[in-house]
Design a protein around this ligand. Sequence first.
Ligand code: NCD
Length: 306
Amino acid sequence: MAQRTRFDWRGQDIISIRDLSREQIEDVLNHAQQIRPDPQMLVGKVMASLFFEPSTRTQLSFTTAMHRLGGRVIGFSGTEGTSIVKGESLQDTVRTIERYADVIVMRHPLEGSAQFVADTVTIPVINAGDGANQHPTQTLMDLFTIKKFHQRLDDLKIGLVGDLKYGRTVHSLAIALTRFRKIELRLISPPNLRMPPAILKELAGIVPYSETAELDLRDLDVVYVTRIQKERFPDIEEYEKVRGAYVINLKACEMLKPSAILLHPLPRVDEIAPDVDALPHAKYFDQVQNGVPVRMALLKLVLVGS
Ligand code: NCD
């Protein structure tokens, strides 16, 4: 029997993880747990996939999710070939697209762009990443993966490693963790790529955290590794100074508890050595796979409700 939800998801935008309570996060994860391919569920519905920035997993998993539920997909990746190159505004672009589609999934380099589009159109908007700001659907699949392997989302020691300044996945995830109990965060980054003060302020008094530049992976239940976000550095020389700052190799993994899981939103560049993939800790490709049920659940909820 189809699961009923006590939240009114239909027509909702998914812009920031801040907008979701613990109960709402759990509701999405429960739906994701139960959802199965159903070629009738979203028949007649159209998802507009608007990717102004590169994407492999997010774009293709949303498309896969829509196809598995019988829906259709229109859109673009990269603005070449659209009227944006003729000078059309984002506002006019999305006012056009809302005449064709039932939901917009968008990724854009500007922070706040997803909220701007949500304020412009009447159809639901799902933020697939707005600059260094938020990536809420990645966070939902991260939480789904953590829950799958640890059977809980409370009482966890979690290390966030890498580019904590520009990485939107770690911004969303850190805020989501304030919804859970007995979480401890270890923030591991080069000194100039520390978690932004605004996010630390949101953690204060709720999630105890420590900040370090040392790759100390001991005692952690989850190690969440991220890529240095080269494209967001105003100065490429600054990037060159920190590239390769952390490499999780077999030696570093000797620090891990037997039950620790290694996650990464991907793409990886050189942060995790390929031979680590064979270790039982390496769960980043399971994490990738979980993107599909989580996005199936989200599309179902915002398009047809429970
Ligand atoms: C991430 C992103 O786009 O923020 N990728 C993803 O969606 N899985 C991480 C990254 O690009 O480093």
